[in-house]
Every structure is written in C-alpha cells, then in structure tokens.
Design a protein around this ligand. Structure first.
Ligand code: HEC
Length: 225
C-alpha cells in the first residue's frame, strides 16, 4: 500500500516539477516580451526615459570629482617645482626652472615626462635621468652630451640621442640642464648661460657625428678645460 501511495505521489510531484520548469522560463519569456513591447511601443519612450534619468543624475556628482582631480594635478606640479629650488639651498631661480621645464619637452620623448625613461614595450627609450652621474657631475659632460649626442653602443635603449645643440640656444640648454639637475630628487648646481656658451665654443672642434662615446666623455671634457 505504501508503495502504491509513493508511486501515486511521485507522478504528481513530477507534474508539479514540470509545471515549474515550464512556468519559470515561460514567465521570463512573457516578461521579456512585455519589456520589449514597452520599448518598441509608445510607452517605451517613458520606460526608456525613466531608465535614462538616473544615469545623468549619477554622472553629475562624478563630474566635480573629475574636475577636482584635474585641478589638483596641475596644482601639485608647481608645488613640486617650487620645492626643488628650496631643497637645493640657494638653488636655481624659478624663471630658469620654468624655461627649462618647457625646453624639457624635447627630452621627454625619450627620457619620459618624469625623467625615468619612457617605456617602449618592455624596453626604455632612454636611461633614467634620476641620479645620473653624467647629468649631475661635471657640467661640461652634460653639455657635451647635449651638444654632440651620445653614441649608441648597445641595444639597451630603443632611442638614439643625436646632437640637440642646434635646437637649443645657450639659454635653453642651460635651463634644461638646470631643470633636469634639480628635478625628481636630483640636486646639482644650476648651469649658467655663460657655461653653455663656453661649451658650445670649445666643443665645436669635437668630431663625433654619431655622438660621443660614453667611455670617452671624461677625456674629451678634461682635454677642453
Ligand atoms: C631621441 C631620444 C632622446 C632624446 C630626445 C634625448 N635623449 Fe638623452 N639619451 C638618449 C639615449 C638613448 C641615451 C643613452 C645612449 C646609450 O647609452 O646608448 C641618452 C643619454 C642621456 C644622458 C646620459 C644619461 C646616463 O646617465 O647614461 C643624459 C644626461 C641625457 N641623455 C640628457 C638628455 C637631455 C637633457 C635631453 C633633452 C635636451 C635628451 N637627453 C634628449 C635618448 C634621447
């Protein structure tokens, strides 16, 4: 008897189960149909409008946040630039740093906007200028590199630094070196326009069309003291 009872309830449960299995997808189809019809039909405009309304409302608070961000970014830069001369004691004057920062656009294509070397895939276009001995040491070494370029002797970097002396006058050359020597934690004496002009004159006879070789820089500098 109990067996019969079980057998009689099982088909009932099975039928109820089938109804649910059918009813749930069917109700979804019906619901999607209603939503679809609402969008296609006249009332769809209202539905679409109602759905669209929260979006601009939600976007509105985001805008001031983005504006605040973009406003704080440029605001932070002068603060850093202003801090650099202070850290260097007597330090370079602000107008030379400003000029140097603008002229640095020439260098940023390879050395990166932050002086750390622009990434080109897994490689760098050029070495980082942070703590660079050639940049921060003897002023003449840095001037020689800008005036003659630096020879590409290996495949360490994607870029190749040609002579930039023609594109930078003495004032800009002094300023860009003063800027790079006093940014990103670097600290070295400012480079004067006189030093830049003197380097241009005394290195004029250095014949290095493909740039000076790293190992020869100090010898060339010493020979022109
Ligand atoms: C077209 C790319 C390019 C540009 C533009 C460029 N450089 Fe370079 N620079 C290089 C490369 C590449 C090297 C390293 C060369 C090598 O060792 O193969 C280098 C090396 C140097 C070094 C020696 C760094 C070290 O410690 O090894 C200094 C200093 C330097 N550049 C300063 C500058 C300054 C300042 C400017 C802008 C006035 C500038 N460079 C513009 C590509 C560039």
């Amino acid at each position: 008897m109990s067996d019969e009872h079980n057998e009689s309830t099982n088909p009932v449960l099975a039928i109820i189960g089938k109804i649910f299995i059918f009813a749930i997808p069917a109700s979804l189809v019906v619901m999607l149909g209603i939503v679809g019809a609402a969008f296609l039909g006249g009332s769809g405009v209202e539905v679409a409008e109602a759905a669209a309304k929260p979006a601009p409302a939600a976007a509105a608070p985001a805008e001031p946040a983005a504006a605040a961000e973009s406003a704080s970014a440029p605001a932070a830069e002068p603060a850093v630039a202003a801090a650099a001369p202070a850290a260097a004691g007597a330090g370079p004057d602000a107008s030379q740093m400003q000029l140097g920062k603008a002229a640095y656009a020439t260098c940023a294509a390879c050395h990166g906007p932050d002086g750390a070397g622009l990434k080109a895939g897994p490689m760098l276009m050029a070495p980082s200028l942070h703590g660079s001995e050639l940049l921060l040491g003897d002023v003449d070494a840095a001037l020689l590199i800008i005036l003659k370029g630096i020879a590409k002797e290996g495949m360490d970097y994607m870029g190749m630094m040609a002579s930039l002396g023609a594109g930078l006058d003495d004032e800009k050359m002094a300023a860009v070196l003063t800027f790079t020597r006093n940014s990103w934690g670097n600290s070295a004496p400012a480079v004067t326009v006189e030093e830049a002009a003197a380097a241009r004159a005394k290195f004029a006879d250095v014949n290095a069309p493909a740039g000076v070789k790293r190992a020869e820089i100090q010898a060339i500098v010493d020979a022109h003291k």
